[in-house]
Design a protein around this ligand. Structure first.
Ligand code: AMP
Length: 291
């Protein structure tokens, strides 16, 4: 496994590759969720490239950029075990030299949900992913359903800017109580960790109501909210039942939808989602590869 830190180095390696390249962009502090993306990339491509870069431009001024967990040696060991070929670990200056001034803005889809709660977040995400795609030139790139809006935004960017890459969305990996795996779960103290199970409980409640024939999206939002409000350590940021494609809030569940939420547990902001779509509708099963 080669670990490279500069753009010229990774370009030189890329130029030698003639068959498929699977690419998994990450911010490191890897867990089984990240590794699910790597495993899928390993199966589907001749070469697997993973990037580890805590992208400063997707963090707001009051967010957790400096506290974001990092453990490069552990990450590299995990990636080696998965048979990854190349790991790209650029510095901030490598990706954003002082004269940097070009940005990718995906409109509309980014006005809601995470985009509304975290202004500028998706501008940072779209810009870094576009840069990484230009540098790595992958055949396929792998993203988690855990960050459903991110996956929708990246697909829009790829289509709008005619990028030559196939986007593959991989189902969310969860802990045994349903909590979606996340690098940020490390911030939770034992009480908060227990309370955090409420996110998935609220999402599966929405799924059950929808499967039982409930078509009123407000009813779903209300029932999810009142369940979460019963957990004293949880504070709702948003609870959403949105169109799976446009991400606009729905009033009636006549189309494939996404139930999603952001909840603060102590100081930690957690997000999660499940699909309300006939394709991936079994309770507790949010498989929605939406490719
Ligand atoms: P991050 O390091 O948080 O930027 O995540 C890198 C990639 O891993 C993103 O595409 C995430 O959506 C994906 N990911 C994070 N957590 C999970 C999870 N629990 N299951 C599946 N994919 C995940």
């Amino acid at each position: 496994m080669q670990v490279v830190r500069t753009i010229p180095e990774i370009r030189a390696l890329r130029q030698q590759l003639t068959s498929s390249v699977g690419f998994v962009p990450t911010m490191g502090y890897l867990h089984e969720g990240h590794l699910a993306l790597v495993k899928r990339a390993r199966v589907e491509n001749s070469t697997v490239i993973v990037s580890i870069f805590v992208n400063p431009t997707q963090f707001g001024p009051r967010e957790d950029l400096s506290a974001y967990p990092r453990d490069l040696n552990r990450d590299l060991e995990l990636l080696r075990k998965e048979g990854v070929d190349i790991v790209f670990v650029p510095s901030d200056d490598e990706m954003y030299p002082s004269e940097f001034s070009s940005w990718v803005d995906v409109e509309k889809l980014t006005e809601w949900l995470e985009g509304a709660s975290r202004p500028g977040h998706f501008r940072g995400v779209a810009t870094i992913v576009a840069k990484l795609f230009n540098i790595v030139q992958p055949t396929r790139a792998y993203f988690g359903q855990k960050d459903a809006q991110q996956a929708v935004v990246i697909k829009r960017m790829v289509a709008d800017l005619n990028m030559m890459v196939e986007i593959v969305v991989v189902p969310t990996l969860r802990e045994s109580d349903g909590l979606a795996m996340s690098s940020r779960n490390i911030y939770l103290n034992p009480e908060e960790r227990q309370a955090a199970a409420i996110l998935f409980q609220a999402l599966t409640l929405a799924q059950r109501l929808w499967q039982g024939g409930e078509k009123n999206a407000d009813e779903l939002r209300q029932q999810m909210s009142s369940l979460i409000q019963r957990e004293p350590l949880a504070k709702i940021d948003y609870v959403s039942i949105a169109d799976a494609e446009t991400l606009e809030e729905l009033s009636s569940l006549e189309r494939p939808a996404l139930a999603s939420l952001a909840v603060r547990t102590g100081k930690t902001r957690l997000i999660d989602n499940v699909s309300l779509d006939l394709k991936g509708a079994a309770i507790g099963n949010d498989i929605n590869t939406c490719q």
